[in-house]
Design a protein around this ligand. Structure first.
Ligand code: AMP
Length: 479
């Protein structure tokens, strides 16, 4: 992550602890049960953000930390929050505010994994978009930790269905994104309900003025933790292509058919560009979907399910729409436009090449964008590598790039008590498909999504529609 140009005013000088990254968790003042749980989870060494944040946060300091999804930031606030918790006190002691339901759910899951060291810690997720009544009922049963979106949390506080008098840790996760989404006022109102005596931990990928203002208002001598992001250049191969405006969208198809990545995230600077690109790719027979802010939650879930289960080759998004997405396997990132913000470029490129996988980062630049590329070169401390568009030829005899899988939607989900095993069983035991032909199975409240190999999609659709899942006939359609 690049160093932000300005520090938050009123913030204690930076504390960067990169040198301890990779240190074992046992170097921290954590109880043996927590250390044992971390070992069981396979967390052997601290990630850089954990090494920088945990010693300070476990010492009770307020923290502003620069970190993005995938950096291990959840554990960086979850462990201090759990350390502050008294499991025998049955009251909400920690509140985590997140910009989206997806992130809140990810955070809740990670918290549950980390909280396993203690018996019976109750964690509730309260997000907008869901019906109030079940949330109120769950709150009535009590919880130690609440994770949710600011609007909905405020709603519960105002109705007095949620009380935070016993709170000792407040976490603002992806603070910059919450501000982008217009949550500033709601956050301020939520903070007013919280006791003044508390530890506040703020995580943000960038520090716009709004974030530093929040830090000044809500935090006590916060320590600032930032990390310099260094891409492992051996893992991420960056290539630039010069294009004219009329070539730009077509060039994306050329890149995909030449390099044939299974999953690609394509970034555009505007929503209109996203829409145009999806239309161009779809016309070429490439499965591309757009992720944008106007999608209903259900539609957004469907897009993400299809991308994660490898039945959509390309996800096209603006930076705002793609924030907070945690995608494990991404072979390529394409900068369809060059972003004017060098830091954003670094974030985009850093999406690929995760874990031990290699990744491609392609950038399309017009003559007008060369100034931006110059600034990127300067920041990366090396010259960009240029290749000609003319070298982009698909392998001989290749078909247009197709996603390897197809998603079938079964109308029926958790409400019908369907479990992934029921669907897998129907496809393998009843219909004779090999388990290797079946991909991810996602069971949602009302729907189940199953990825199957493209070659068996029609047959699988037909057989599922004619047969039974969990002893009942089901309706199935191809997405
Ligand atoms: P996050 O950035 O919090 O979304 O975390 C990204 C992923 O890394 C999650 O799946 C965590 O479970 C995992 N993770 C976090 N910390 C560690 C660690 N120290 N060692 C190994 N995995 C980790």
């Amino acid at each position: 992550m690049s160093t932000p140009s300005s520090s938050a005013p009123g913030v204690t000088p930076d504390v960067t602890a990169e040198t301890t990254a990779g240190a074992p968790f046992s170097s921290l003042p954590l109880p043996p049960a927590t250390l044992a749980n971390l070992a069981q989870l396979g967390y052997e060494r601290m990630t850089p953000i954990q090494a920088a944040s945990l010693p300070l946060a476990l010492a009770g300091k307020d923290l502003i930390a620069q970190a993005k999804t995938g950096s291990g930031k959840t554990a960086a606030f979850a462990l201090p929050l759990l350390a502050n918790l008294n499991p025998r006190r049955f009251a909400v002691q920690a509140l985590v505010l997140c910009p989206t339901r997806e992130l809140a759910e990810q955070v809740t899951q990670e918290l549950r994994r980390l909280a396993r060291a203690e018996d019976n810690i109750k964690i509730l997720s309260l997000c907008g978009g869901a019906t109030m009544r079940p949330q109120i009922a769950s709150l009535a049963h009590g919880a130690h930790i609440v994770v949710g979106t600011p609007g909905r949390i405020l709603d519960h506080l105002s109705r007095e269905t949620l009380a935070v008098d016993a709170l000792n840790t407040l976490v603002l996760d992806e603070a910059d994104r919450m501000l982008d989404m217009g949550f500033a006022e709601d956050i301020a109102s939520v903070v007013k309900h919280c006791p003044a005596q508390r530890q506040t931990l703020l995580f943000s990928a960038t520090y716009p003025e709004g974030v530093t203002a929040m830090a000044r208002r809500f935090m006590r001598e916060p320590q600032e933790v930032k990390l310099t992001e260094r891409h492992d250049s051996a893992k991420i191969r960056q290539r630039f292509y010069e294009v004219t405006e009329s070539e730009r969208l077509h060039a994306v198809g050329l890149l995909l058919n030449h390099y044939r990545p299974v999953s690609t995230l394509a970034f555009c600077n505007t929503k209109q560009q996203c829409r145009d690109l999806v239309a161009v790719l779809q016309a070429q027979g490439i499965t591309a979907l757009e992720l944008h802010g106007d999608l209903e939650q259900r539609e957004r879930d469907q897009v993400l399910v299809q991308f994660a289960n490898r039945s959509c080759s390309v996800l096209v998004a603006t930076d705002v729409a793609a924030r907070g997405l945690d995608i494990a396997q991404l072979e390529a990132v394409i900068n369809v436009d060059i972003t004017p913000d060098v830091e954003v470029h670094t974030h985009r490129v850093g999406r690929t090449g995760r874990a031990d996988e290699a990744g491609w980062a392609f950038s399309l630049a017009s003559l007008d964008e060369m100034g931006r590329v110059g600034r990127i070169d300067e920041m990366q401390g090396r010259e960009s590598v240029w290749h000609p568009l003319s070298e982009l030829v698909p392998p001989a005899g290749a078909e247009p790039l197709h996603a390897p899988m197809v998603t079938l939607q079964i109308l029926g989900g958790r409400k019908e008590k369907i479990r992934p095993g029921d669907v897998l069983g129907a496809l393998t035991k009843d219909h004779g498909f090999a388990a290797a032909q079946i991909g991810k199975i996602n069971v949602n409240e009302f729907s189940t999504y199953v990825a199957v190999e493209r070659g068996i999609a029609d047959q699988a659709l037909h057989k599922l529609n004619a047969g039974k899942v969990k002893g009942k006939s089901v309706k199935v359609r191809r997405l």
